[in-house]
Design a protein around this ligand. Sequence first.
Ligand code: GLV
Ligand code: MN
Ligand code: MN
Length: 399
Amino acid sequence: MLPIQPDRFLADLHALRKFGAAGVGKGVVRPAFSEPDIAARAWLAERMREAGLSVQIDPVGSVFGLSEGQSLLMGSHSDSQPEGGWLDGALGVIAALEVARASVEAGGPPVSVVSFQDEEGRFGVTTGSAIWSGNLTLDKADGLTDRDGVRFADARALMPDRSDSFVDPSQFTGFLEMHIEQGPVLDREGDAIGVVDAIVGIRDMKITLEGEQNHAGTTPMQGRRDAFQALSRFNMLIAERFANVVTPRTVWTIGHVTLHPNASSIVPGRVTFSMQWRDGDSDRLGRMEQIIRDTAEDVAQSGGFNLTFGPMLGLEPVDMDARLRDALEQAAEADVPGRWRTMPSGALHDATNVSEMMPVGMLFVPSIGGISHAFGEDTAEADLVTGLRVLAEAVDALN
Ligand code: GLV
Ligand code: MN
Ligand code: MN
């Protein structure tokens, strides 16, 4: 068994949380390329160097700690949502760091560590690993903007010490990512570990409807071209039209809305909103896209709105590698017999992109109350340590 040190792992996890600590409980505000994110990445690079790894920060800000020769890559991301928790991504990075340290101390097996940049999609969808894997071209990524109009190209220029080249993936034999579940299943069922069998696919695009801005007191209801009303109608219609297409696991979200000019006494003239949908079946994602596009056209035409669609981003559903999954399952059964399950991931992960280049496996630990992408996200420390142990046991067995 690798000589992992749970106290050192927990201390580093708490130390990482200090970058961008916010809100009540253990909240974090550390979006990609924000000051705390850049500082956290510098801190992480230092921890990697101390562990004997050689650091390479790629052109988009993903931080790699590389072991010599062929190695197993492990990690996740250290950026957060605009309001996030302390474990989403951070757990996988610090667990990987601890396993890498332990393996250096034990004389092997070689483990490299990564924190991908912008997994949380300030600009794209799992942007850093999507670019590394070729799922997103650097050119297309550079043109993407965040919700305040900042371009990815300008944001990544803020990241110091970037290399001119991307890390060569052929040096890695596979990728393991530990993560919190971010859902209610493990917590509700009293299981300590989830071994992931597949990750859902996603589609994401911005939609803009432009009507007519006018006075909220003098403009008769009849004939208004109110952008908020258009969005409201669109939202209602897609729910009706999805009914025969979706399953209970399919999800869709309008999570960000910019209403212009966003004032009580003005009929809003323009709305731009995010439309995101997820499912484990690519065909279904495609059928939903058609419904979304047709419905937006219908709303625009019937109400006299100008309609534009932003760039379409997405990732396909992927299965985990059978050998890595088997190693994780065996380690779970040895460590917490009968208290683990195989399960799909409804959240996205860098592992989806990395699966284009090498075998990938994923491990979940419970999220208390199923809460994530919120300040209240948490996991019992005993469960964090169980996850670390199972991960280390799997790495040992894969050697
Ligand atoms: C990643 O955080 C996701 O949105 O699933
Ligand atoms: Mn995550
Ligand atoms: Mn997340």
